[in-house]
Ligand binder design. Structure first.
Ligand SMILES: [Zn+2]
Length: 469
């Protein structure tokens, strides 16, 4: 009797599976499936249906479309927390670099709702942004800059009324779905300590992280250490979570000290994270406050360490003055290779590009960040394991965002999937020729739709969705 009952239960348990044995939309066959959250690194078949990962299986699955993934890594698509390039040109380079979600969390945007609306149904990767202090302050103070302040918002102390209006815009942006508060204090150096503290308070109230480019960089006091102290103190005083952007271009040779401070803060219970890009140069607008008097000492370089993006030429005192007046982007060759390497190797530092291209000009990080970590730093230099690298590119950013459905190669997760060849993946973008697609990444899927298939961008698809809070 008991045996018969067990048999019946077994039959009942099997029945739903039998009736649901329809083919999956897509099956990735026999790939090396890596999922950092569960530490899975094994040969599996991955079934995708309805935009979700429906099965990760040891036994073969039937699919309407099958992709031979033997010899290739199948893992969660990369999440770039720091992607200024938010247009079709940039999304194409992101997708070819394995990125399935590209977010503008540092400068952020304002107004937020209009920004999301402009991308609805038109993006090949998922997109999203923080509610930005910089654009809000620029709007209120009528700054003439485009992405970054170039006059009033950088040079003037805000009146009480301007401060109130600015924080109201940031608050509004959060109500419209902004994923956090974006801060770039170096670009608004006249923003007082209290103005910044108010933003931390707002972030704490709304339970969103602050994504911050700190007040100063480099070793000259007040520099990177002082600036990180401001951020950590504000985080402690308000309870706001904190993500410190591009730690290497801030810390330069003091980067290990900054990492020690962040590590210590985490051990004391603060929610603090950080990120880096795998390059030895930064990039910003020459007309911004970053190049106010003293930039050479702050960055440990001279005019020749600057490279004008439009032409690739190295600057002199003369061209520096002329181009600063005009405004435009420069590459800043300021980050020692050993500093870039140690940040990439550090298991607590996420990978984020900080990139954007305009008409094919810009910093190679825009196109090559993720493939460069996998090809150069994992395979060639062996400074970190593949599992750790993938954790820093997908799972940790998803955790920072508080998004459960991304950053995981697991049944139930969104079908944001990258398939790459661990023996071939590499960046091709250079400082001279930055608009070069990465190679060795044959397939990229966003919400169940291929945006890259057999190494080619797919025309006429726009499966990217806006990530809102
Ligand atoms: Zn920045």
């Amino acid at each position: 009797m008991r045996k018969a009952l067990l048999g019946l239960l077994g039959l009942l348990a099997c029945a739903p599976m039998a009736t649901l044995a329809q083919p999956y939309d897509v099956v990735f066959v026999g790939g090396r499936v890596i999922d950092p959250e569960t530490n899975l690194d094994a040969t599996r078949h991955v079934g995708v249906t309805g935009g979700r990962i429906a099965a990760v299986s040891e036994t073969p699955l039937e699919g309407r479309t099958t992709v031979d993934a033997r010899g290739l890594v199948v893992t969660a698509g990369f999440i770039d927390l720091h992607s200024h390039g938010q247009d079709p040109e940039n999304y194409a380079f992101k997708a070819r670099d394995g990125v399935t979600t590209a977010l503008e969390m540092e400068v952020g945007v304002s107004p937020v709702a209009a920004w999301y609306a402009a991308r609805e149904g038109a993006a090949i990767v998922n997109y999203g942004a923080a509610s930005g202090h910089i654009p809000a302050r620029m709007a209120v103070m009528r700054d003439s800059g485009v992405l970054l302040p170039r006059d009033t918002a950088a040079e003037l102390v805000a009146t009480a009324e301007e401060r109130a209006q600015t924080i109201e815009l940031v608050r509004q942006g959060l109500a419209e779905g902004g994923l956090g508060v974006g801060l770039g204090i170096a670009y608004t150096p006249t923003a007082s300590r209290e103005e910044i503290l108010d933003l931390f308070e707002l972030a704490a109230q709304r339970r969103v992280p602050i994504y911050a480019h700190m007040r100063s960089n480099g070793p000259v006091v007040p520099g990177a250490i002082d600036s990180l102290q401001e951020l950590l103190a504000d985080s402690l005083a308000t309870g706001a979570s904190l993500h410190v952007v591009h730690i290497t271009s801030m810390g330069l040779r003091d980067t290990p000290v900054l990492l020690r401070m962040i590590d210590g803060a985490r051990r004391q219970g603060l929610d603090v994270t950080t990120e880096a890009y795998p390059y030895t140069a930064a990039q910003t607008d020459l007309s911004s406050a970053f190049f106010d008097t003293g930039w050479q000492a702050r960055n440990g370089i001279d005019y020749g360490g600057l490279q004008w993006v439009a032409t690739g030429e190295r600057l002199t005192a003369d061209t520096f003055a002329r181009y600063r007046e005009q405004g435009g982007f420069v590459v800043i060759h300021s980050i020692p290779e050993e500093v870039a390497r140690l940040a990439v190797a550090d298991p607590t530092v996420m990978i984020a590009s900080d990139g954007f291209l305009e008409n094919g000009r810009g910093h190679p990080r825009s196109a090559g960040t993720f493939a460069r970590v996998l090809g150069h730093y994992v395979r060639e230099q062996k400074v970190l394991t593949l599992m750790d690298a993938l954790r820093k590119m997908s799972l940790m950013p998803a955790q920072r965002l508080g998004v459960q459905s991304k950053g995981r190669l697991q049944a139930g997760a969104d079908a944001d999937i990258v398939v790459f060849d661990p023996e071939r993946v590499i960046d091709r973008a250079t400082f001279e020729d930055p608009a070069q697609y990465s190679v060795g990444i044959p397939h990229v899927m966003v919400n169940g739709t291929f945006v890259v298939k057999d190494g080619e961008l797919q025309a006429g698809v726009a499966p990217g969705r806006g990530l809102r809070r």
